[in-house]
Design a binder for this molecule. Structure first.
Ligand code: LER
Ligand code: MN
Length: 277
């Protein structure tokens, strides 16, 4: 069964970024429950920003799952990346992500490596950056395994990374890893820029896809841009996708509207996943 989720950012420095709810975690949980979402995806400033027992209780009280935890604050707040030229920065980046995996894993959720992957250049050759990335993903994927959750690696569009932009390149990267515990996060916004055929790329990804950022072409809530979600829904059904579709979208100052547009699109394109409840 495919489940719906909506993002909540707790990072003031990320203001203007693609998150639906902002700062008020209890309020976001209440709104997500009222609209009928299955879960939330949280973007916290760090591993200690939210008490995990408080979050567990909030999730339980609202009948929500924790879909995933973003680690991008390591970049936004501390300028850490797994591919920095500076070994001390690479180490601090791995330490940061490891602690986020511990936070998310203790709640049964995977952590996401998106902007923490960094980019090549500034003294780091392309092959070297990919080696640094593989080393980081291997170590962190193995760390996540103790919680029985994968580590999610997200290809980003060319304006955000020059490392891996497409699903098939992501598959090649996963093939270089010793850990089998790293899965791909397919973000429809990035895919709309980089893939020739979004549904085809999802079929190529198959069960290596562990999470989806469900969003439209212009990074607004699904239904507000020009992505054709019908073929995407069919491709997800064909590959037997059973994870979350998580709304990582710009709210344009109206989180309730972005969330309600998302859940309407979800119900429209994934009716059998609603019926099976
Ligand atoms: C960044 O563009 C993105 O899509 C996030 O999910 C990365 O953390
Ligand atoms: Mn994303």
């Amino acid at each position: 069964m495919i489940r719906s989720a909506v993002t909540v950012s707790l990072v003031p420095e990320a203001r203007g970024g693609p998150f639906v709810f902002w700062e008020d975690l209890p309020g976001a949980c209440k709104a997500a429950k009222a609209l009928g979402f299955d879960g939330i995806e949280v973007f916290p400033p760090g591993p200690d920003a939210v008490d995990s027992s408080v979050l567990r209780q909030l999730l339980q009280d609202n009948g929500l799952g924790l879909a995933a935890v973003g680690t991008g604050a390591g970049w936004v707040k501390h300028k850490l990346t797994l591919t920095s030229a500076d070994p001390a920065v690479r180490k601090a980046a791995r330490d940061f992500v490891r602690s986020m995996i511990d936070f998310a894993g203790s709640l049964g959720a995977p952590a996401i490596i998106g902007s923490m992957q960094g980019r090549h250049g500034e003294g780091v050759a392309p092959e070297t950056a990919l080696e640094f990335l593989s080393e980081g993903l291997d170590e962190l994927g193995a760390h996540a395994a103790q919680y029985n959750v994968p580590l999610l690696y997200e290809p980003l569009n060319r304006f955000e990374t020059n490392l891996i932009n497409r699903v098939t390149d992501g598959l090649e990267l996963l093939a270089t890893l010793g850990s089998e515990n790293v899965l791909l996060l397919a973000d429809l916004f990035h895919m709309n820029i980089e893939e020739q055929d979004i549904a085809g790329a999802i079929r190529d990804g198959g069960l290596a896809i562990g999470h989806i950022h469900f969003v439209d072409s212009n990074r607004r809530a699904a239904g507000n841009g020009h992505i054709d979600f019908g073929p995407i829904a069919r491709a997800l059904s064909e590959i037997g996708y059973e994870g979350y579709l998580s709304a990582e979208a710009m709210a344009d100052g109206n989180p309730e509207r972005a969330a309600s547009d998302t859940i309407h699109a979800f119900r429209h394109f994934f009716p059998s996943d609603i019926d099976r409840r």
